[in-house]
Design a protein around this ligand. Structure first.
Ligand SMILES: [Zn+2]
Ligand SMILES: [Zn+2]
Length: 260
């Protein structure tokens, strides 16, 4: 698997000269195999996707918060005739995947519905784990306002876990540790510093220190922190990264590539 960070910012895009190193685009990670291009979330990072050739396209949403859907209208392949885009989301009470997208992308909030773009968009309502080509997709519940999903993608003996918009809580972290067990790469929400986290309980995000605990207890091979707070500029993120950095620990920079 080739894994590219297309957007690592959380909650809201960030822009300007103080946000160039880590990048300002919101949540999107691209996982490519020989035949598949799987986008984890469709934040503004998805707008600047690399060329994926003739791979099959799947978009897997963690949850329908704005920062995870923001890029969808300008996702280049959505507007390409003869392309099929499979979009996966979990049904939330009373709303299918399609209804969640239409809630945001319809008048008066947006002029064009998702189904009106040129590609063949097919919605899938997630009820459990599933396969995309030779990629096995596992899911578990996130700890986040309104809920969400954590994904584990496995292919040819390697796996990556995408755990963004996840709040570390002592009483539920065991489930995530088990879910991450032995994965090669873990993307983990480290939006807050320890001080910020103390005053933002219930907001649905975590810290780097908490991510390191998950890494240690699950045996994850590598951790990459994502969902950077829009108020944390490069200087701040460098400082946060310096405090934890090692060969297997980093804060995501837009454009980072990992090979598993
Ligand atoms: Zn988010
Ligand atoms: Zn969220």
């Amino acid at each position: 698997m080739k894994i590219t960070v297309l957007g690592a910012r959380g909650s809201m895009p960030a822009e300007g000269r103080d946000f160039l190193e880590y990048g300002g685009a919101t949540s999107c990670v691209l996982v490519e195999t020989d035949t598949e291009a799987i986008y984890l979330d469709a934040g503004s990072g998805i707008v600047h996707t690399p060329d994926i050739g003739d791979r099959n396209i799947s978009v897997l949403l963690t949850h329908p918060h704005l920062d995870h859907l923001l890029g969808m209208p300008f996702f280049p392949y959505l507007s390409e005739k003869d392309r099929k885009v499979d979009l996966y989301a979990r049904t939330i009470p009373g709303m299918t995947a399609g209804e969640q997208m239409d809630r945001l992308y319809s008048a008066p909030l947006w002029p064009v519905k998702m189904g009106e773009y040129a590609s063949d968009l097919v919605y899938h309502d997630i009820a459990g784990g599933f396969d995309i080509g030779n990629v096995c997709v596992g899911i578990m519940d996130s700890v986040h306002p309104g809920g969400g999903l954590v994904y584990r993608l496995s292919c040819e003996g390697h796996s990556v876990v995408y755990a963004t918009d996840y709040e570390y809580r002592d009483d539920s972290i065991g489930a995530l540790i088990r879910f991450c067990e032995g994965c090669d790469l873990l993307f983990f929400d480290a939006q807050y510093t320890d001080e910020e986290a103390a005053s933002r309980k219930g907001y649905g995000h975590s810290t780097a220190a908490q991510g390191l605990k998950v890494m240690a207890e699950s045996g994850a091979g590598r951790i990459c922190f994502v969902h950077h707070d829009p108020g944390h500029d490069d200087q701040m993120l460098r400082k946060m990264e310096e405090a934890v950095k090692s060969d297997s620990v980093s804060f995501a920079r837009q454009g980072d590539v990992f090979s598993l």
